[in-house]
Structures are given as C-alpha cells and as structure tokens.
Design a binder for this molecule. Structure first.
Ligand SMILES: Nc1nc2c(ncn2[C@@H]2O[C@H](COP(=O)(O)OP(=O)(O)O)[C@@H](O)[C@H]2O)c(=O)[nH]1
Ligand SMILES: [Mg+2]
Length: 267
C-alpha cells in the first residue's frame, strides 16, 4: 500500500450530500485505525527519505546539464509511443530513457528498438517510481552532458504526483479518449505538471470530446500549465513538442554551466 498517496486506504466518513469524501483532514487521506497525526508522521518520513535520493539525482543531473523529464499519465495515454517518435525526431541528439512499469520489460525493449539506451524498472506491487529506484537506473545508463533524460513513470494519475525523482519537471500526457473532466478528478497530477500534452488528437473527431474544455479544465487546476495538442500517430504537434524539449534542455545546460563555473571559482 502507498501510504503517501492513500491508495488502498479505507475508513473515514463524510456523509454530506450522500457522497463519500476520504480526503478530509490534514493528511488529505484516511486509514482505518490510524489518526491524522500518525499518518502525517509516516508520510513525512517516506517523503523525506525519497527527497534525499531525489536530491542526489538532481545534483548529478545538474552537474552534467542534463534536462530530466518525468512523464506521468494514466496507462495507455501514449507515453511510450510518444517517446519512440521523439527519439526518431531528435535524431542523433543525446538522450536516455528510464522506463517504469509494474511488470515486463516491454517498454524498454520498444525504446531500445529505436537505437536509444533504456533501462526498465519493474515496481512489482509499487504504484510509482521513487528517487532511489531512479538513482540506480541512472547508474546503469551512460548519460551524456547536455542530454535529455526521459523517465516514463508507472501509468497512474495519483501516486506519481507526490514523488520527486530529481527531475526538472513533470509532463502529463493525456489522451483525448480519457475525457475532459480528468484534470478536475485528479488535480494533484496536473498541479504538479509544467506541461500537459493532449495526445491522440487524431481521434478527437471520433470521440465526443471538447478540446477547448479539456484545456480550460487543465487551467482551472493549474493556471500556469502549458498545453500542447499532439498526435503521436500523425505527427501533428510534434514540432512544437521537440522545440519545447530543446529550449528547456538548452536553458538547463546554460544554467548548469554557469553554476559549475561559479562553484569552481569558489573553491
Ligand atoms: N490513434 C492514436 N493512437 C495512439 C497515439 N499514441 C499512442 N496511441 C496508441 O495508444 C496505445 C497505448 O500507447 P502506449 O504508448 O503503449 O501508452 P503508454 O501506456 O502511455 O505508454 C497504443 O495502441 C498506441 O498505438 C496517437 O496519437 N493516436
Ligand atoms: Mg508505456
């Protein structure tokens, strides 16, 4: 069970309007037989351990000027497909991929088939990647200076929102088939994301989906979120996505270089 995100939790009552709401209280979740103070203590302990690992990852990535993206979404929104197309579009620009799934090495194999290096993490019963897992995966990769590191998180719109991996930003991948209300139902994920990629727009004419409402709902939960409409299948929107990645990678590279010079000067 993931105590931090509250999956598998039970208990707690709120009978207002006949609905049940287990997110009340300072911990934002309920576990039968456990009070809010104890829950917060457990959450704080788990997250502070995670933050130490994530901090070490971030320091290593900063030293090399690597731009790291944590791709978060529900299963099947098109993360691996988008990654394969991204690798193709980036040509010989340096990059590496960490793949997270509960089971199988299927996605890492799909990535390796493009010629890119990839490491698979299987989380077993775990519902998200954490900083410790990602640190070990990073050791297995040859991560070049100034490259992009893609981390495909476990398909889950809840738990990965709470875990820092040392990345520069989270990018939420949504597909038009999921429905416009998902940002409102799973706000934590979209609050944590810098960019939302609205994927599978080739399917929009076949679904009763209002793309403007989808975007408006994203901005209701996160007014600062950037949004890109894209189809990994047809390639529409790919140019904007690649430009977004390159601009952020170059900015990170410049900031890291400046910082490295400052730190060397201070020695
Ligand atoms: N029509 C359409 N299908 C897509 C698109 N992107 C991904 N898919 C399909 O969606 C399914 C799930 O994709 P996958 O990349 O495995 O999703 P992941 O679980 O998020 O990694 C596959 O059948 C893909 O071919 C897209 O832009 N348009
Ligand atoms: Mg995948």
């Amino acid at each position: 069970m993931c105590t931090v995100c509250g999956c598998g939790t039970e208990g707690g009552h709120d009978h207002s309007h006949g609905d049940l709401h287990f997110g009340h209280g300072p911990a934002g979740t309920q576990v039968a037989g456990m009070d809010q103070a104890r829950l917060i203590e457990i959450e704080t302990d788990i997250l502070s351990k995670n933050d130490r690992f994530a901090g070490a990852n971030r320091q290593m990535l900063r030293g090399k000027g690597v731009f790291a993206v944590n791709l978060v979404s529900s299963p099947g929104s098109g993360k691996t497909t988008l990654l394969c197309k991204t690798i193709e579009a980036m040509g010989d620009q340096p990059l590496a991929v960490i793949e997270g799934d509960q089971q199988t090495a299927n996605d890492a194999e799909r990535i390796r088939a493009t010629g890119a290096q990839a490491v698979q993490i299987n989380t077993g019963k775990g519902c998200h990647l954490d900083g410790h897992m990602v640190g070990h995966a990073m050791e297995k990769l040859d991560i070049a200076s100034g490259s992009v590191l893609f981390i495909e998180n476990v398909g889950n719109l809840v738990c990965p929102a709470g875990f820092d991996l040392g990345e520069d930003c989270k990018v939420a991948i949504l597909s038009v088939t999921e429905g416009e209300d998902k940002p409102l139902k799973y706000p934590d994920m979209f609050t944590a994301a810098k960019l939302a990629v609205l994927n599978k727009i080739d399917l929009a004419p076949h679904c009763d989906v209002d793309l403007d409402l989808y975007e408006a709902n994203l901005r209701r939960v996160n007014p600062g979120i950037e949004v890109l409409r894209l189809s990994a299948r047809t390639g529409e929107g790919m140019r904007q996505w690649i430009e977004w990645l390159q601009a952020n990678r170059d900015r990170k590279g410049a900031q890291s270089a400046e910082r490295n010079v400052r730190e060397e000067g201070a020695l």
